[in-house]
Design a binder for this molecule. Structure first.
Ligand code: F6R
Ligand code: ZN
Length: 187
């Protein structure tokens, strides 16, 4: 392992050098957005859009790794494009999200039911404590790009949020973003 300067483009999330990447598409969010008809209509009109891309830089043997998430702007009904959301598999592993461009909301909740929202905007570094579920939501009209950094052994637990949802939803109300309790959230 050797030290290295990694270039990050704040507008595209492009990382150089990078060690891996993946994209998520609209069709993978069936059952997650509450407005199924709006999802079907969007898929029909615009095709299976990429809603976000994750690029990472990982050095084998290091405790930390980092990367970018680049989220496209858009909505399904009144809900903005968002990430799946997850807990870390290890309950003692936190994370940071440092926003580079765009605007959004980071939704968080703890195992014991506390909820928090952190505004995502350039210059704000969000601290995600261990064992808080987290989902990012792009509430702006442009890409939301953020740098994340966490332990390589943090892992992901997607199942819990996939089945229960987050405690809060971010919805567009008269074109402004509002956080409301998720009526479908199950304890
Ligand atoms: C890693 C992390 C981010 C997210 C990424 C996509 O622990 O929090 O790299 O993985 O923003 O979000 P998810 O994984 O929820 O689809
Ligand atoms: Zn995470």
């Amino acid at each position: 392992m050797l030290p290295e300067g990694v270039t990050i483009d704040p507008l595209t999330g492009h990382i150089s050098p990078s060690t891996g990447k993946y994209t998520k598409r609209l069709s993978e969010f069936r059952g997650i957005y509450r407005d199924e008809k709006a999802l079907d209509a969007l898929l029909k009109e615009q095709g299976d859009l990429v809603t976000y891309e994750v690029v990472e830089y990982r050095a084998d043997g290091s405790d930390l790794f980092f990367g970018t998430t680049t989220m496209m702007p858009g909505r399904v009904g009144d809900e903005y494009f968002m990430t799946r959301g997850h807990y870390h598999a290890r309950q003692d592993r936190g994370e940071i999200y440092y926003t580079q461009s765009g605007e959004g909301i980071l939704l968080l909740h703890s195992r014991d039911g506390q909820t928090r929202e952190v505004d995502m905007k350039p210059g704000v570094c969000a601290f995600i404590p261990p064992d808080w579920a987290h989902r990012s939501v792009n509430t702006g009209k442009s890409r939301l790009v953020f740098v994340w950094c966490c332990s390589q052994d943090a892992g992901h637990d997607y199942a819990e949020i996939a089945s229960k949802g987050m405690r809060k939803l971010v919805v567009a109300k008269e074109d402004a973003a509002a956080c409301i309790p998720n009526p479908r959230f199950q304890v």
